[in-house]
Design a protein around this ligand. Structure first.
Ligand code: NAD
Ligand code: UFG
Length: 336
């Protein structure tokens, strides 16, 4: 089965292409390269000995999408393409609504006009806002605290409504907790542009000498050591979650939601310590004020995915920091 992977040269999409290929699907990558490198294609080929078909295109370009759907006889879409920087979304909300929401509407309209009924959507644990209880299950009320988060809430609603219009429509929203790590080969990983917003790439760049120290945003939270707690999930497990969700439900219909997380929470200090062990380097840090909009703790109840999909995260925190370090030390400047 040929499937289209929007955002397929990005961090999560590229790893998921490998998992899809392993599971017998043929992923066709569709990306405008706004936040990824064309060199990802070479890395994917080195890892898999497979040449991935790639279309440089934007999800807003209905004509190009349609031509791609027809050329490859696409049967389902894995939709990763999105802008994802929370801070930037507060400065440029309209770009986020245009790209993430309007872009998804164009994608769905084009799928519909070509008779493609199945979509797997990258949602986020950000839709739970400040958790009312932990661990967070899929029934937890959803909301948002910034435009990026609202784009995820809005697209989830659009998918629910889209599924109501045709009994053949299938939409699976996967709510990721904190994706980290890299391909075990060290050939593929996350390389954010500019100064990383997220903890793991910031630690990795500090370890490799590109940053002087990590600022820990707050040490007075009501957590085990006062620093923020998150549910970090290895990118390999996250990719496997997509395959499990699709292979389980590909003949079903309706709108479905799954958390993809480990169910375990680690503090910022625990992550820094684990990374120091992996890299065998002391990672300097300083305590800094809390970051606006941050929450104390966040971790998943991932039991629904276990029950329905037979999926659980397999890789522990050491694998996450080992693989991040392997990639970062091999490619200190990413693929550029
Ligand atoms: P990424 O930026 O590495 O990948 C996104 C890809 O989409 C990039 O390659 C980019 O060039 C492409 N893209 C963006 N807009 C496009 C458009 N209009 N047309 C075509 N391509 C476009 O990000 P990622 O970390 O791989 O995230 C993938 C998805 O997962 C996103 O939807 C993101 O919001 C979601 N998500 C990510 C995280 C995380 O922490 N990384 C957490 C939760 C959810
Ligand atoms: N942190 C630091 N220093 C840093 C960066 C982060 O102390 O330099 C702390 C944060 O305060 C937080 C933890 O590390 O306690 C994790 O922060 P990240 O920025 O890595 O991740 P978030 O949980 O804030 O958010 C991420 C994505 C969101 C997504 C969310 C849930 O950035 O887009 O996970 O999936 F919505």
């Amino acid at each position: 089965m040929n499937v289209l992977v929007t955002g397929g040269t990005g961090y999560i999409g590229s790893h998921t292409c490998l998992a899809l290929l392993d599971a017998g699907y043929t992923p066709v990558i569709y990306d405008n390269l706004s936040n990824s490198s064309i060199k990802v294609l070479d890395q994917l080929s080195k890892i898999s000995s497979h040449t991935f078909d790639f279309i440089e295109g934007d999800i807003a370009d209905s004509k190009k999408l349609k031509a791609t759907f027809e050329q490859y006889n696409i049967e389902a879409v894995f939709h990763f393409a999105s802008l994802k920087a929370v801070g930037e979304s507060t400065e440029q909300p309209l770009s986020y609504y245009r790209n993430n929401v309007a872009g998804t509407v164009t994608l769905l309209e084009t799928m519909q006009s070509c008779g493609i009924n199945k979509i797997i959507f990258s949602s986020s644990a950000t839709v739970y806002g400040d958790p009312q209880y932990l661990p967070i299950d899929e029934q937890h009320p959803i909301t948002a605290t910034n435009p990026y988060g609202w784009t995820k809430v809005m697209v989830e609603q659009i998918l629910v409504d889209w599924c109501k219009t045709d009994y053949q429509h299938l939409a699976i929203a996967l709510r990721y907790f904190n994706p980290v790590g890299a391909h075990p080969s060290g050939l593929l990983g996350e390389s954010p542009n500019g100064i990383p917003n997220n903890l793991m790439p910031f630690i990795a760049q500090t370890a490799v000498g590109k940053r002087e120290f990590v600022s820990i945003f707050g040490n007075d939270y009501n957590t085990k050591d006062g620093t923020g707690v998150r549910d970090y999930i290895h990118i390999t497990d996250l990719a496997a979650g997509h395959v499990a969700a699709f292979s389980t439900h590909q003949n079903d219909s309706g709108s479905l939601v799954y958390n993809l997380g480990t169910g375990k929470g680690y503090s910022v200090l625990e992550i820094i310590n684990a990374f120091s062990e992996s890299a065998n380097i002391e990672i300097k840090y300083k305590f800094a004020p809390r970051r606006a909009g941050d929450i104390a703790s966040n971790f998943a109840d991932a039991s629904l995915a276990k029950k329905n999909l037979g999926w659980t995260a397999q890789l522990n925190i050491e694998a996450m920091t080992d693989d991040t370090w392997h990639w970062q030390s091999k490619y200190p400047n990413g693929l550029e």
